[in-house]
Each structure stands twice: as structure tokens, then as C-alpha cells.
Design a protein around this ligand. Sequence first.
Ligand code: F6P
Length: 327
Amino acid sequence: MNSNIKKIAVLTSGGDAPGMNAAVRAVVRASIFYKLDVYGIYKGYDGLIKGDLEQLQVRSVSNILSRGGTFLLSARSSEFRTKEGREKAYKNFKANELDALVVIGGDGSFTGADIFSHEYDVPVIGIPGTIDNDLAGTDFTIGYDTACNTATEAIDKIRDTASSHERLFFVEVMGRDAGFIAVNCAIGGGAVAMLVPEHNWSLEDLIKRLRKGAANQKASNVVIVAEGCKLGSSYDIAAKVKEQLDYFDIRVSVLGHLQRGGSPTTSDRVLASRMGVAAVEGLLNGQSNVMVGVINNKIAYTPISEAVKTVKRLDDDEFRIAKILSI
Ligand code: F6P
């Protein structure tokens, strides 16, 4: 183990994700287990720039395992994107005699971490915390499972009212440029179709699918639209469908930020706990500028730049299954 590391700091950055608290807890407790001092930085990189940090103890992270959000608070720091901002951050890093940084966040946060690590030769380790699941180097990101469960539960409720009124619903889910939440919820929620950025389904394909359902006496229809869908927003698509299939009574529901909140599922808590411990152990073993992941149920370390740049592919088989089951 690398004995140079005595004092580490942890921050949460970017869009929050259920399970971030569980990850912070794991980093704090693993650090203390290995006799390191551990500091919590508030409001992501902005906190490092302003010197808003404090030492955390075992009890500082009591009763946060089950809580959504992040008690360290989060931000998308525009100042950290500048050289001057990172310089201020490094000054505080040095002033507090920190030896390493653990960043819990998504691709934007990791891009910043990568630059910072190279500029100042600071050991940095990333923990993937984002509901989007759009990072390579891990099968799942922290928060994705919870967000999918939240969205599927909402879709189930929408299905009840859609059935009562024999309506067609377009349900828009988050995911930024990725369709992971959409595919998962489409299967879990029994959607008639899904529109995701990764596939080039046309409006005509959708119309064909809906016509087929109508001919098969399909009583209610739910179409899942990923927010990054290239055909437009759920409202745009609904309007275009109405122009061609005016017999449908159409409604739109945008699930929005409710997908980011709530108590993390057991899977997310376990994933966050494993990754938090692996981050500390990775640093002690000399890992730097890597992201912790879990691949095929095993801890894996991937260079941050690779995790950010590699496009994570949707599972083709899941897409195929969704199609088979939606007839
Ligand atoms: O990256 C997480 C995410 O929730 C995306 O799914 C979504 O596009 C974005 O963040 C929303 O960001 P904000 O909270 O800044 O509106």
C-alpha cells in the first residue's frame, strides 16, 4: 500500500444521484478504517475553489445510507473549467495538505478531474454517480437502478389512467444523450415503443407500430421517449403523431427531476458501498486518474479519460426483447 497518502478529500459533483450519500459514507469509513484523515468538500469543485471543506469522522456519515441527494451538496462548477479556477482549487488542496481526491459524479465531473490531475500531478479517483448510466468502465453507475425503479413506478401509475381512458401516453424520461433509462423502463413498464438517441427509429416506424397495436385492439399505449431522442421532445412527437393518427386521445408526461430523488435501492447502496471502499483501496495501492467500476460483478479500474470518451453501447438484446414483447 502507498504510504504517501495520509489525507484524502471527497466531493460530489454534477447532477446528484441516489446513492451518492452511500458512496461518501463508504469513502469516509474506509479511510478511517485504513487510518487516513478524510475531508468532505461542499458543493463540488466550487467548494474546493472556496476552501469549503471539513474533516469528517465515522459519525459524520451516520444515517445517510438510505437518503437520496448528497449531504455534501453538488454543483456543476463553471469556474473549475477555467485555469484560474483550478489554480485556486489546487492552492486550497495544498493549503489543507491533502494527498488525494475522490470525485463522485458523471462525465463532466470526470473531465474536470482528469485535467486537474494532469495539471497538478494530484492523485484522483472517480466514482461513477449518475442516473444516466452513460459511463464506460462499469456495468452500472450509482443512481441508475433507483432512477429506473422510480420511473417504472411512475409509468405503472400512468398505465392505470391510460387504460381507464384508452389513451396513448408519451412518457419522457431522463438520460441526457443516452437511452439506458428509457430501454430499461420500456421493458419494465411494458411500453409499446421506445425512442432513444442511439437508434434511428423514424416517425413512420412509430406510426406503423401504433397502427399495428390499434389493429390488435391494444387498449392503452405507453411510448417511452428518452430526453435525448433525435425526433424531438415528447411534446413534438405527440403533436406529429396526432396529425397522422387523430383517433388517438394523446397525453404527454415528462417525469423530470423526480427521477433523481428518493431513497436508493439496495443495489445502488451496495454498488456505492463497494465502489467507495475500492476507491480508497485503489488510492492506497497507487491507482491514480482512474474511475472505479464494477464489471461482471468485479471491481475494475479504468483510466478516467477512457471512461469518459468511450461511448457505452445499449444492450442490443434488451432492445430486441422490448420489441418482441410490445406487440
Ligand atoms: O446527468 C443527470 C441528469 O439528470 C440528466 O439525465 C439530465 O439531462 C440532466 O442531469 C438535468 O440537469 P439539471 O439538473 O441541471 O437540470
